[in-house]
Design a protein around this ligand. Structure first.
Ligand SMILES: Nc1nc2c(ncn2[C@@H]2O[C@H](COP(=O)(O)OP(=O)(O)OP(=O)(O)O)[C@@H](O)[C@H]2O)c(=O)[nH]1
Ligand SMILES: [Mg+2]
Length: 227
């Protein structure tokens, strides 16, 4: 009798399609970010702010994963950029196959930055490479200051950790510095910013990080294309 490791197979197939997506992004010089994070932590509000602050300088588009509804995609569209909702149904994460279809009809030549909001939770998105170049994970003080410690895998795979809702940390008895320390203990390479997207604290640091990484990617990608 053969035993099949179905999860391993799914991850391998996902990886192959993710590499194909990455190649398509490179051909079109698109910098893609996978924005993961807890439910209600502030992923959509961050994309809304990024859109408002960066859309005059860069061509930005968004893909938005949700179990049902297009509410978040509509919120982002209202800021004046193209945003497409992807309903995952019973699945708690986006995968590279869903992204490959979503970008089929997107004008990637007219895109500098693709922001992909994953389904809100700190578990399922971890294993699924979408073809992105960087990963951001957003958590907030109101989920409890043990949230980071309890979900090490997603912080291990992320490049930037955002600890949001610092404006209400005292009210919910959350020790924000503990969250910062936990993220750095899990992943010493991770960058951590403390934010309040409600009042705008920390958004400029997030913007600088994105723009710097996008510039580096485009510079590197350009030299590869020229070779
Ligand atoms: N007090 C406070 N509220 C915030 C902050 N950031 C976001 N919120 C509120 O938190 C709620 C959830 O924000 P969203 O941006 O929708 O969160 P999300 O991560 O996209 O949520 P899902 O897509 O449902 O997983 C909204 O009511 C926001 O206004 C913050 O820094 N401080
Ligand atoms: Mg959202």
């Amino acid at each position: 009798m053969h035993t099949i490791d179905a999860h391993k197979n799914i991850i391998e197939i996902n990886k192959t399609i993710a590499e194909r997506n990455r190649k398509i992004f490179a051909q079109n010089n698109v910098f893609a970010i996978n924005i993961m994070g807890a439910t209600g932590s502030g992923k959509t509000i961050m994309i809304e702010m990024l859109s408002k602050k960066l859309k005059s300088e860069f061509k930005i588009k968004a893909l938005v994963g949700d179990i049902v509804s297009k509410l978040d995609a509509d919120r982002i569209k209202n800021t004046g950029i193209e945003a497409k909702g992807i309903n995952t149904g019973t699945e708690c994460h986006l995968d590279s196959h869903l992204i490959s279809h979503a970008i089929e009809y997107m004008d990637l030549k007219d895109t500098d930055l693709l922001l992909i909001e994953n389904v809100g939770n700190l578990i399922c998105p971890t294993d699924f490479d979408l073809g992105e170049h960087k990963r951001i994970v957003v958590v907030s003080s109101s989920e409890g200051d043990d949230t980071v410690e309890k979900h090490p895998m997603i912080f291990l795979t992320a490049d930037l950790c955002i600890i949001n809702k610092i404006d209400i940390a005292d009210a919910v008895n959350a020790d924000v510095e503990k969250m910062v320390d936990d993220a750095k203990k899990i992943n010493p390479r991770i960058k951590v910013f403390k934010t309040s997207f409600k009042n705008g604290d920390g958004i400029d640091e997030v913007i600088n990080w994105i723009v710097k990484n996008m510039d580096d990617y485009k510079q590197n990608n350009k030299s590869k294309i020229e070779i």
